[in-house]
Design a protein around this ligand. Structure first.
Ligand code: NAD
Ligand code: DAU
Length: 339
């Protein structure tokens, strides 16, 4: 089995590469990643010498490069993680989100059509469903919840999902889609809530909570997401969408307070800042379908996962320090200085 994993130098993609090489030692895994600010080759160092692994630095939007890779590798599957993934950046500059998330997806699927494929899997997000109100805890996203996006990021992901389903219906491409809730764990880029708060707290810097911090996210440990995708690509039904989430809803402010507590830092570091434009209130996944059809259940409870994650950041400063001391500083200044 040869699998092209796009975006494998990012947060979830790298965890997926590790999971697959570990679980299927006879599979060939090719990581296709153009190394944007969010891609980090040092993450993949532990597998670089594995004879069953290959890293290719190209963009999924580059048709010639993608076709060349298909001609060289004859992949059985493509798992597409490659994306611009940060909502705040999409609010600043939507264009690159459309290029990567929509055009890139179509380029990959065109190659799949041209050269043949057993499975094209699109890694999507619960954000395509928009948000849920805080006063209706009985409501959850199911696979039939209408697409109703809020940000340029989620709209670009929804656009890609619609294209994937269209390629299935129109061309018979054997596709699956998974829509997961918020992930956390090792190699999470420091611009996102949990690593940003851990790293700022370690430096005794202000912890910038958007609005009142009452927004709710449904957190899942990244390994559980990888295991779910593994099940979907092997046993999921072609043409289907699978929601992934572990019923672990938390308010942002409670996460930040928990991080303070775990690190022994004062809550006085918490600073309420101007809210995100169009900020989604609540995400909550109903994972009944993937549980009933594929037997998936999350294995890592949040109380353990957050401890493991904090420990990982404490033990792996050599991974995040070069990030936060580089170009990221300009980003941070731009986004937070006058917020
Ligand atoms: P990330 O930003 O950490 O990593 C994205 C990776 O894609 C990087 O390595 C980057 O270099 C690469 N990339 C970007 N543009 C590319 C291009 N044109 N060609 C090739 N590679 C490119 O993202 P992540 O958080 O790991 O998310 C991975 C996928 O999972 C995304 O599709 C995202 O929408 C989806 N998702 C993320 C979450 C989450 O909580 N992080 C939850 C649900 C779904
Ligand atoms: O739900 C899945 C999505 O989760 C993925 O599709 C996205 O790729 C991923 O980035 C994530 O999106 P969010 O916008 O939910 O994640 P983020 O970590 O940016 O923010 C989580 C919450 O924390 C959100 O309500 C905004 C808030 N926040 C975030 C940052 C960076 C803050 O209050 N302060 C901050 O500094």
């Amino acid at each position: 089995m040869t699998i092209i994993v796009t975006g494998g130098a990012g947060f979830i993609g790298s965890n997926f590469v590790f999971h697959m090489l570990n679980k299927y030692p006879d599979y060939r895994i090719i990581c296709l990643d153009c190394l944007t600010y969010a891609g980090n080759l040092s993450t993949l160092e532990p597998v670089m010498d594995n004879p069953n692994f290959r890293f290719v630095k190209e963009s999924i939007t580059d048709r010639a490069a993608v076709e060349k890779l298909f001609e060289e590798e004859h992949p059985d599957m493509v798992v597409n993680f490659a994306a611009e993934s940060h909502v705040d950046r999409s609010i600043e500059n939507p264009q690159v989100f459309l290029d990567t998330n929509i055009i890139g997806t179509s380029v990959l699927m065109d190659a799949c059509r041209k050269y043949g494929i057993k499975r094209y899997h699109q890694v999507s997000t619960d954000e395509v469903y928009g948000d849920l109100p805080l006063d209706r805890p009985d409501l959850f996203f199911t696979e039939t919840t209408p697409i109703h996006t809020s940000s340029p990021y989620s709209s670009s992901k929804a656009g890609a999902d619609l294209l994937v389903l269209a390629y299935h219906r129109t061309y018979g491409l054997p596709v699956t889609i998974s829509r997961c809730s918020n992930n956390y764990g090792p190699y999470h880029f420091p611009e996102k809530l949990i690593p940003l708060m851990i790293i700022n707290a370690l430096h005794d810097k202000p912890l910038p909570v958007y609005g009142e911090g009452l927004n709710v996210r449904d957190w899942l440990y990244v390994e559980d997401h990888c295991k779910a995708i593994d099940l979907v690509i092997h046993n999921g039904r072609v043409g289907e969408v699978y929601n992934i989430g572990g019923h672990n809803e938390m308010r942002n402010i409670d996460i930040v307070k928990l991080i303070c507590k775990e690190l022994g830092k004062p809550e006085s570091l918490i600073t309420y800042v101007t809210d995100r434009k169009g900020h989604d209130m609540r995400y909550a996944i109903d994972p009944t379908k993937i549980h009933n059809e594929l037997g998936w259940l999350p294995e890592t409870m949040f109380a353990d996962g957050i401890k493991k994650t904090i420990k990982w950041y404490l033990d792996n400063e050599s991974w995040w320090e070069p990030i936060v001391s580089g170009e990221y500083q300009n980003y941070y200044e731009k986004m937070y200085a006058n917020r």
